[in-house]
Design a protein around this ligand. Sequence first.
Ligand code: AMP
Length: 453
Amino acid sequence: MLENMNEKCAVVGIYGCEDASKLAYFSLHALQHRGQEAAGISSSDGKKLHTIKNRGLVMRVFNEKNLATLSGNNAIGHTRYSTAGDDSILDAQPVFARYDLGEMAIVHNGNLTNAEEVRNALIKKGAIFQTFMDTENLIHLIAKSEKEKLIDRIIDAVQRIEGAFSLVFLSRTKMFAMRDRHGFRPLSLGKLPFGGYIVASETCAFDLVGATYIRDVEPGELLIFEEGEEPKSIKVFEPTPKHCIFEYVYFARPDSHVFGQSVYQTRKNMGQELARIQPVEADLVIPVPDGGVPAAIGYSQASGIPYEMGIMRNHYIGRTFIEPTQEMRDLKVKMKLSPMTDIIKGKRIIVVDDSIVRGTTSRRIIRMLKEAGASEVHMRVSSPPTTDPCFYGVDTPSKDKLIAANMTNQEICDYIEADSLAYLTEETLLRSVNSNITEEKYCTACFTGKYIV
Ligand code: AMP
């Protein structure tokens, strides 16, 4: 089984700007929330590609000295999020290769659904793989393509892959950005302040480097960056948008715009909808930090129940999902979140989180709030029950571990020891992101089991 290594990663590309690798580096800092496992940058100076990648946070992988070796006006970067498994540096990105047309590096966010099939076919024809990443398939497909020019080989290659991909390719002189026909994962285009272009998974990277948002790379579109020219666009696939709604629920940073909308505003809308359809009498609304903050603000504003910070988050602990075992997960939640006893004691609390996956976080938090003296704890979730795993790039566990796939609402409520538990519905979630059920612009498979690919 191929490992899903490119899940909720971040990609960035900088084209036509002095010290491109430094801008890629700063951008990766803004995109760090999308992956903390590994980071890497490849730059091109017109003659040669230079790559540095390693395990760990962006801050750990790069320093002034090694960044200085990434010379050139073009660069691509990646932060990798993966679950447990092979943590070899080979599985960090960019993926680099020498082939008959020269050198190339690729970064990928998303998950290819036919990766195993493609890989087995390539192996049968003699290909040798160095990593477990589905992205390596692309290198082989490009290298083996019969087409003469790189651009045609890229088109050839992406026509053979299926699933979710937001990709950035770097050659010695050009850069290419491509999104799958559904636009599952985000990818935006911006203009750099002193000339040149940026593409990035989220617009929070633009804000950091002073870039201006131009537009999103369209689903099915390939953008070509060449020296001294405006980016050229080729429609490789007819677009059929199915944007990942979980980007709005949990994954993207609130100060980003993804799929053309503010993440913060959509999360606040979710909280407001939740207050409207799932009201409950209480003294305080508190968020599970950081994910639940905008929705809790929305809930408080719509319900008129005061908002308080009832739980402190320790920002120096990684995300709980990274730990492989159940015991470690419990411990990590404890280390990460602690109650503000003075605020909570004797109060009826509404606690808002963005999602319940296994139920570990909610159970621990509710117990913690009760131990801190809360008289009632009502759990409100700003998305529908997570009932189905994701095959397009979000790291959700298998169905047997998804609590909502295996228990009724009352059973979950009892398990997490809440006084009440309520979620958003599919309809109200879609309304929060300014869509509706008939429009079908978003992939909601993790909540509905309606898969597209
Ligand atoms: P759980 O403890 O398994 O129920 O997970 C729910 C918590 O994990 C919530 O606080 C979410 O904010 C967070 N979460 C949801 N989805 C993910 C994900 N794919 N990766 C990491 N954290 C997540």
